[in-house]
Design a protein. Structure first.
Length: 507
């Protein structure tokens, strides 16, 4: 799976030409000195000043990429009776992963053995581990009752002077639990422009295939490389193919905001592919204008102090069909005959009309208004992943990214302390590496292992031991665990209340 440079994400930009001008948030002079002799080289091992960082780890950025997993929930519900539609939703998810990759601030590179976990309110759980340092590789798992997704990212870069090229590396393997259908896909190339001069912006380009194992069904996408005057920027086009190897759906997307599927013809004797593409292009152009108007409404609402979620009931206006049919898909969660009726889940299936695009995914990335996070362009979801509550402080393993001293210092605006901590942590990591080398110790990740999959490719897979780990199992300490308990906050409040009462008594 292709991703931004490990730690190097990119800020959301307005539609139109890629922005130019000076980036006021970064010290380009120091960056120029660091990279002046690195042209044509991989720069992942070069330590950059913390002035380029945001208070997150790259492991957190991977979670951001998987935020729209509800698409996989839908794919699972459809997978038993409508496998061709399940493939569409898996493909939409693959595109949605790029939506949050435009932020320009840099995440901290994970230390070897660093972990990060996050639990969603619906029971979906995510965890990640940095399984290799040279080359830098992060392995992750996202799982709930509908699916299990395993993904690994290997970061390799090539500095081209004022741009940074990141070839597609890594892989995603995902299983839908209702049907057992398995899918795999890799990413496309990433190009970061204006690294030294001008305002940085990111482009994704190249081909991506989403393949259903054990079937002839697959989707093939082409991410358009941005041309002059922003031509083609964010555009994705492709097709999904049925068991007969014929084009069944026309796919159109903007990787930063939407995904459309258009049925060509059930018999493949109706509307021709070229004619359908022309019709869809016209409709999507009209939709794009209305979506921009809707996005402005959302941003205006947020600027006035509202929340983007307040407008969830107002879907972006669209001339494309997004109606639902009364056809239902069923999935059984038990083999008990007595519970058969209660175990059947009705699923509303998208209604497709030949030649009419149906929107399967839309997103507007809205930056948080919370300080100090707004200065890095973080979203409210990203801010939530940074929280270290009293409960988490005593339950998380000490290897969790939230405990990084450099990240915590930057979060409160202490850049100097963040730089010092970052240097100390990197030196400690080098010392551990030297010790292993001189002692003949081979490092083994704690929660993932490298295997050869059914296609003969190497893949990092979960050992299914993270959530069942024993309390106190801490093989890597990034920092000393904070000495606080869930009652600490209550005790603090009690002291404040006692002081207030004493003050009122004196008055």
């Amino acid at each position: 799976m292709s991703s931004p440079l490990q730690g190097d994400g990119f800020a959301p930009q307005d539609d139109g030409a890629p922005p130019t001008g000076n980036n006021a948030n970064n010290d380009r002079t120091s960056l120029t000195k660091l990279l002046s002799k690195a042209i044509g080289m991989d720069i992942t091992s070069i330590a950059l000043p913390v002035s380029f960082n945001e208070p997150t780890s790259f492991l957190q950025r991977i979670l951001e990429m998987q935020e729209d997993y509800h698409l996989l929930n839908m794919a699972d519900r459809l997978s038993v009776n409508f496998p061709e539609l399940a493939l569409l939703y898996v493909t939409a998810f693959a595109v949605s992963m790029f939506a949050g990759t435009e932020r320009t601030s840099k995440s901290f590179n994970p230390l070897l053995g660093e972990t990060f976990e996050y639990s969603f309110t619906d029971g979906t759980k995510f965890y990640a581990e940095q399984v290799s340092h040279h080359p830098p590789i992060a392995a992750t798992e996202l799982e709930n009752e509908h699916f299990k997704l395993e993904q690994w990212h290997q970061v390799k870069t090539k500095f081209l002077g004022n741009s940074l090229e990141i070839p597609p590396t890594g892989k995603t393997d995902m299983t839908l639990k209702s049907s057992g259908r398995r899918y795999r896909f890799t990413g496309c190339a990433t190009l970061v422009q204006n690294v030294i001069i001008g305002r940085m912006w990111v482009d994704h380009y190249g081909e991506m295939e989403v393949i259903e194992d054990g079937s002839k069904r697959y989707s093939k996408l082409k991410f358009t490389k941005c041309g002059w005057f922003s031509k083609g920027w964010h555009e994705v086009k492709g097709h999904s193919y049925n068991e007969e190897g014929k084009e069944e759906f026309l796919l159109n997307a903007m990787w930063n905001k939407n995904f459309y599927a258009t049925q060509l013809s059930g018999s493949h004797k109706g509307m021709g592919v070229k004619k359908a593409e022309k019709n869809v292009a016209k409709m999507l152009k009209k939709n794009s204008k209305m979506e921009k108007k809707h996005a402005k409404t959302v941003k205006k609402h947020v600027k006035k102090g509202g929340n983007a979620d307040d407008l969830n009931h107002l879907s972006p206006p669209s001339s494309a069909s997004s109606s639902r049919s009364n056809i239902s898909a069923t999935s059984k969660t038990s083999n008990s005959e007595e519970d058969e009726e209660s175990d059947i889940e009705e699923v509303i299936v998208p209604e497709f009309e030949e030649g009419v695009p149906v929107n399967l995914w839309s997103k507007t990335v809205v930056e948080t208004k919370k300080l100090p996070y707004s200065k890095w362009g973080l979203t409210d979801f990203t801010v939530d992943t940074c929280k270290l509550t009293d409960e988490l402080a005593v339950s998380l393993p000490a290897s969790d990214s939230r405990f990084r001293k450099d990240r915590a210092a930057l979060e409160i605006g202490d850049t100097k302390a963040a730089g010092n901590h970052k240097h100390e942590m990197e030196e400690a990591q080098r010392a551990r590496a030297r010790h292993r080398a001189t002692s003949g110790i081979i490092y083994h990740p704690r929660h993932f292992k490298l295997i050869t999959d059914d296609q003969g490719d190497e893949h990092w897979t979960s050992m299914n031991n993270y959530w069942t780990r024993k309390e106190g199992e801490e093989l890597l300490k990034l920092i000393d665990r904070p000495k606080r308990t869930p009652k600490a906050k209550e005790e603090k409040e009690e002291k404040k209340e006692k002081k207030k009462e004493e003050k009122e008594g004196k008055d």
